[in-house]
Write a protein that binds this ligand. Structure first.
Ligand code: MLT
Length: 306
């Protein structure tokens, strides 16, 4: 009987699926890297979210490991090269949390457009600053998507419902698909020149790292707003702080950071910045979906090799 270790907080539904499919499963979230290395040897499968770091050192002491399942989209916490070199398959769940993450980006867009976090803090402080918070309407504004895959295309759909004009830069987006989903496919420079609001929905790769570096940030329209619910490292945070402080950009909403957990940042002191602690996938529905999907996929692989 194959043995699976779940080393992060996955929905209990995943445990049940493994058991129902005849797989022995241990649920041990929160182990230190050393404790995980000490117990990993007998396991055929390892199911993780983002807390567990699947490093070369861990793989070195996991001789039975055949599959690592990431309940989520990004596999940044897995050393995929080392895993592949050892014949360990790495799988993710690209669809389970896409709606939830897209909804977070839309929530961030409203939060920015109407300064909701600041207005809420001010009202709760008893200030009633009705004249301080002048917002902008989203209808008719140009939303620029950098990345238009699973999540980006859901953001596009919701934004079109808000009567925004949606343009997208994505080298993998075909003209046909762009027409089908109602977005205009553009080059990055055109997006930078035209967007009132830019939202990122691309993985962090060597090609996308700092895709919004200093030069690009200062080429955005004056008064543009930026949303990042994808990955820290796509945006140069120091340059973003400068673009916001100088008044070039009107605001930014960030769910992800170059270094996470992000407990300190020059961006935190800025009034026109909204931050959340990598909550993009944090809904009950999404976490249930990714747990079920990862357990099913891993069970399929371990039981049939498919
Ligand atoms: C993902 O890659 O699925 C999201 O960033 C959420 C997460 O890290 O769990």
């Amino acid at each position: 009987m194959p043995k699976v270790l779940i080393s992060d907080k996955l929905s209990p539904a995943a445990v049940q699926i493994f058991r129902d499919r005849g797989i022995e499963v241990d649920f041990k979230p929160g182990l230190s890297p050393a404790d995980l290395r000490a117990i990993i040897a007998p396991y055929d499968g390892l199911a993780v979210r983002s807390a567990t770091k699947v490093t070369r050192e861990l793989l070195d002491v996991a001789p039975n490991l055949k599959v690592v399942g990431r309940a989520g989209i990004g596999v940044d916490n897995v050393d995929v090269t080392s895993a592949t070199a050892r014949g360990v398959v790495v799988m993710n769940t690209p669809f389970g949390n896409a709606i939830t993450t897209a909804e977070h980006a839309i929530a961030m867009m409203f939060a920015l457009a109407r300064q909701i976090p600041e207005a809420s803090a001010s009202t709760k402080a008893g200030k009633w600053e009705k004249n301080r918070f002048m917002g902008v309407e989203l209808t008719g504004k140009v939303l620029g998507l950098i990345g238009c895959g699973n999540i980006g295309s859901i953001v596009a759909d919701r934004a079109l419902g808000l009567k925004m004009k949606v343009i997208a830069y994505d080298p993998f987006l075909s003209e046909k698909r762009a027409v089908e989903i109602g977005v205009e496919k553009v080059e990055l420079d055109a997006l930078i020149a035209r967007a009132d609001i830019v939202t990122l929905h691309t993985p962090l790769t060597e090609q996308t790292r700092n895709i919004l570096g200093r030069d690009a940030l200062f080429r955005l329209k004056k008064g543009a707003r930026l949303i990042n619910c994808a990955r820290g490292g796509l945006v140069d945070e120091a340059a973003l702080a400068e673009a916001l402080t100088s008044g070039h950009l009107a605001g930014a909403a960030l769910d992800v950071f170059e270094t996470e957990p992000a407990t300190d940042s020059p961006l935190f002191g800025l009034e026109n910045v909204v931050c959340t602690p990598h909550l993009g996938a944090a809904t009950a529905e999404a976490q249930e979906n990714v747990a079920l999907q990862v357990a099913d996929q891993m069970a399929d692989f371990l039981l049939t090799g498919a």
